[in-house]
Design a protein around this ligand. Structure first.
Ligand SMILES: Cc1cc2nc3c(=O)[nH]c(=O)nc-3n(C[C@H](O)[C@H](O)[C@H](O)COP(=O)(O)OP(=O)(O)OC[C@H]3O[C@@H](n4cnc5c(N)ncnc54)[C@H](O)[C@@H]3O)c2cc1C
Length: 409
């Protein structure tokens, strides 16, 4: 028997995580929330807010890496919940670089991590961005259908990239792009690798910028690669590792995990935490409104119809958070998601955020439907969580495979 209080099990956050949470919350409340409606309307990257976040060290490699490495695993989900509680559009602008950083840190060499990650965040007065470009017009859920090609030039020790990427967060405005490309199309997703495209690389340009339903302060665009040449050292993980993987495949052996999949796997509890933040924000707003708004001579929250809705909202946000913390804790302890725990957290949190934000509009009635109140924006923002980083259907497919052991399609 463990001598520790609670038998060694605890849901108490460490002092460090609690302190960090309160610090991020203050920024979310005082800087992000007052600016949320404006940047949603402008549909632009909120550079002044990134700059302010950089100045206090919130938008920095140090901060995000520190939370990623926090020993309990709860640093990142707690930070992301607070940021997205502040605002999802600005939140995505603040965290969009992390996906590119995870792509390099999860599969890159120590030299690549040391060289490129700092260039994805920059420093106060010189803020920089990263973008992770996997999706293409004809390859969203079906990552194996990626057509962007990477061809190695032995003569110059360069990779030559050609193709069009779609829906890339920070695409075209990032300093460092991480691009998933096929080195051997006959192998489908197993013949893919990720490439770092350094700042100012000729041949990389922004295509159309998308006008979106929600998370509008986050820039989403096509990225066009037209004979973009990157040095050999920009192949994530290095050429020796790629050659060894391709040789294993040629010999009929398993190739190990593919880099883009590793990136998505690692980031799922983080995306779940974003959704928890939006759901909690909408719940809190609706709860407070329901205690103030009077109809029939009593607060609307006194009606069971509304109080029960609020009860369901609180219960489902809490459930989503617990699933998120479980997955984040498992990932940090190096446990494998044998029952698709990462996908479970993302699926439940995303669908909770959509439902809870819709209920919040219902509780606010006509006001909820207008842009004078924040819940309609939260509802528009929440929808992205059932779409990016694997749609809800794809998460169900992964969970379905894990629970049945069958090749569910
Ligand atoms: C705001 C935003 C930001 C994004 N940021 C990035 C980014 O930074 N980097 C990046 O690479 N991508 C990014 N994406 C792309 C995103 O990951 C894709 O949109 C997503 O993976 C879905 O692909 P798709 O849009 O092509 O939909 P499709 O794959 O065409 O799916 C269409 C519908 O069919 C369903 N479906 C597909 N296959 C199956 C199946 N086998 N079984 C059941 N249902 C299925 C889907 O669930 C969906 O409902 C972003 C997208 C948006 C909107």
């Amino acid at each position: 028997m463990s001598e520790e209080p609670g038998g060694g099990f605890t849901l108490d956050l460490s002092d460090d995580v609690r302190e960090m949470r309160d610090w991020v919350h203050e920024f979310a409340q005082n800087v992000m929330r007052p600016a949320a409606a404006e940047w949603d309307e402008r549909e632009e990257t909120p550079w002044p807010i990134l700059e302010e976040a950089s100045k206090i060290g919130l938008y920095s490699l140090d901060f995000f890496a520190g939370q990623w490495l926090e020993p309990t695993g709860l640093g990142t989900p707690v930070a992301f919940e607070e940021i997205f509680w502040g605002d999802a559009g600005i939140g995505l602008a603040l965290t969009g670089s992390c996906l590119a950083a995870v792509a390099v840190s999860s599969s890159g060499t120590p030299e690549q991590i040391g060289e490129w990650l700092p260039q994805m965040f920059g420093s106060p007065g010189d803020v920089k961005l990263g973008a992770f470009c996997s999706s293409e017009p004809d390859a969203g859920s079906d990552v194996g259908a990626i057509r962007t090609r990477a061809v190695y030039s032995e003569a110059t020790d360069e990779w030559v990239l050609n193709g069009t990427k779609s829906w890339a967060t920070n695409g075209g405005i990032a300093d460092v792009h991480v691009v998933v490309a096929s080195v051997d199309p006959s192998l489908g997703s197993r013949g893919q690798a990720s490439f770092i495209v350094p700042p100012g690389t000729r041949g990389l340009s922004q295509g159309q910028k998308f006008r979106k339903h929600g998370v509008r302060a986050s820039h989403t665009a096509e990225v066009v690669l037209d004979d973009a040449r990157v040095p050999g050292r920009c192949l994530v993980g290095g050429k020796d590792r790629l050659d060894a993987r391709l040789a294993r495949l040629a010999g009929g052996q398993a190739a190990g995990e593919q880099a883009a999949m590793k990136t998505f796997e690692a980031s799922r509890p983080t995306v779940a935490a974003m959704a928890v933040g939006v759901g909690r924000a909408a719940f809190e707003y609706a709860r407070d409104y329901a205690t103030q708004r009077v109809q029939f001579g009593r607060p609307v929250g006194q009606n069971q119809g509304i109080a029960f809705m609020l009860a369901d909202m609180q219960a489902s946000v809490d459930a989503a958070r617990l699933l998120t913390w479980r997955a984040a804790w498992m990932a940090r302890q190096g446990r494998k998601f044998t029952r698709a725990e990462g996908s479970i957290s993302k699926l439940v949190a995303a669908e909770t955020a959509v439902r809870v934000t819709e209920q919040a509009i219902q509780i606010l009635g006509g006001n909820g439907y207008t842009r004078d109140y924040p819940v309609e924006r939260m509802h528009r923002d929440a929808k992205i969580f059932t779409i990016f980083e694997g749609t809800s259907e794809i998460q169900r497919m992964i969970i379905g495979r894990a629970v049945t052991g069958l090749p569910v399609r």
